[in-house]
Design a protein. Structure first.
Length: 452
């Protein structure tokens, strides 16, 4: 028996309260697609404790969550709860029973109320990413999707400015001396933050005024390795030039000044991922490889979708984990204080977002990029645009990067997050990987080889 069963062991057909909450069942005449009728409806409010088990409600203000209008719906086995492509203003959670989902692929998957993933929403965007069938008799919690808009609005507001405030550490490490010291150093702006290589800084500064190709080539030519990488890139399957590129001038002309600047910045970032301590350097190398993979996925997604500049996406993917670098440098400064590597790993998801934004702000990155670390794992973030945004691309790439890892057990299904519904021709392969990325593996490998 799960936590919800005890609350509603006796079901009765509800009588609508005098002030009816703004909760419209999915089979309502205003719904764009027909779904099954619920067999019962309950307007009794769940406790705050029950609601705070659910993501992202568990991270929202208690007073707001307690006042949220919500309805409990019961469906018979075989019912259709919502359909692929259906527009909805509701967010659903599974409370009892099992649901089967049919995304835009040949395979289906099942979610049980006993699974830890039942604490995640079945859908969270304005458009449903799959058709949901009741595999057994089920109980569903329906909440107005306004809270997702509020969650995203708060997230955007927090990302606009970099405020040096206390970092909220998880309970298991809140009293740890190392993390307390790190939080204090962050709050007092005393962290040791790396600077970009000279070529990247000079090119960035020169791009702030009118800059010709010849001047850009002269600056880039100061670093032979960057020149080699640019030539390699323009000859790769990513860009497929009509004729071979053999010089820096040809490469910059082919790419354009703005794209060249972003790519030089991406190449230069690798030099930030360094430590002297062998153990911590091994973690830096793993971090860089993971950033490469996310960056490459982001680049290909942007190329395929055509809404976001691919070079912007490549750079955004590279910086989404950049907040981890000062953490590892801090550990290197205090080798006798930092905890074992497993504990360090468990704390990084809490520390990376605020520290990453601080690093990018300090390095002079644009606000759109500086907010990426804060949003990269905010799975239920709803960007303001109806089209795929830079943040959406990084979220999809980051989620995709966890497939096949231990983290896969705690992340939402791809088709249940808002960013997924914005993909053009959003299809899933049988293992629920993005079809477009599966088919573009050779280009992903080319992007990773270029940056590595």
């Amino acid at each position: 028996m799960n936590w919800f069963t005890k609350l509603f062991s006796k079901r009765t057909q509800s009588i609508a309260p005098k002030k009816k909450p703004d909760i419209t069942p999915p089979n309502h005449p205003n719904s764009s697609l027909s779904c099954s009728e619920p067999v019962f409806t309950e307007h009794t409010k769940l406790s705050l404790t029950a609601l705070k088990k659910l993501a992202p409600l568990r991270d929202m203000d208690d007073v707001y969550v307690e006042q949220l209008a919500h309805t409990t719906l019961g469906y018979a086995q075989g019912s259709v709860i919502f359909r692929l492509g259906q527009k909805t203003h509701l967010v659903f959670y599974l409370l009892e029973g099992s649901i089967e989902f049919q995304p835009d692929s040949d395979n289906r998957y099942t979610l049980s109320a006993e699974s830890s993933l039942a604490n995640l929403p079945l859908n969270s965007g304005k458009i449903c990413g799959a058709t949901a069938f009741a595999k057994t008799d089920i109980t569903i919690l329906a909440i107005s999707g306004e809270f997702i808009c509020r969650w995203s609005g708060q997230s955007r507001q927090q990302a606009v400015t970099v405020e040096l405030i206390d970092i909220e550490l998880p309970e298991q490490i809140a009293g740890n001396r190392f993390f307390t010291s790190f939080s204090e150093a962050y709050r007092e702006n005393k962290l040791s933050l790396s600077s970009l290589p000279n070529v990247a800084l000079k090119l960035k500064k020169a791009m702030e005024r009118d800059l010709g190709i010849n001047e850009a080539v002269k600056i880039i030519g100061m670093d032979a390795s960057i020149v080699a990488k640019l030539i390699q890139l323009t000859n790769s399957p990513i860009y497929l030039p009509i004729s071979p590129i053999t010089s820096c001038h040809m490469a910059v002309t082919r790419l354009g000044l703005d794209q060249t600047r972003k790519l030089v910045m991406g190449i230069s970032l690798k030099q930030l991922f360094r430590c002297q301590n062998p153990q911590l350097m091994a973690k830096m190398q793993t971090l860089w490889k993971n950033s490469l993979y996310i960056s490459s996925l982001s680049f290909i997604l942007a190329q395929e979708d055509g809404t976001v500049n691919p070079e912007d996406a490549l750079l955004a993917g590279l910086v989404c984990n950049i907040g981890t670098i000062p953490i590892l440098h801090f550990a290197e400064q205090y080798p006798n204080e930092y905890p074992n590597l497993d504990v360090l790993d468990s704390a990084i998801p809490f520390l990376n977002p605020p520290v990453g934004s601080l690093v990018l702000h300090t390095l002079g990155f644009a606000p759109e990029l500086a907010c990426i670390p804060k949003h990269a794992e905010d799975w239920f973030y709803e960007s303001e645009s109806d089209q795929l945004s830079l943040v959406d691309i990084v979220i999809l790439a980051k989620l995709h990067s966890y497939f096949g890892t231990n983290r896969a057990k705690e992340i939402p299904y791809l088709n249940s997050i808002p960013a997924y519904a914005k993909l053009k021709n959003n299809k899933l392969t049988p293992d629920f990987s993005l079809d477009v990325l599966h088919k573009a593996q050779h280009r992903i490998n080319a992007a990773m080889n270029f940056l590595s």
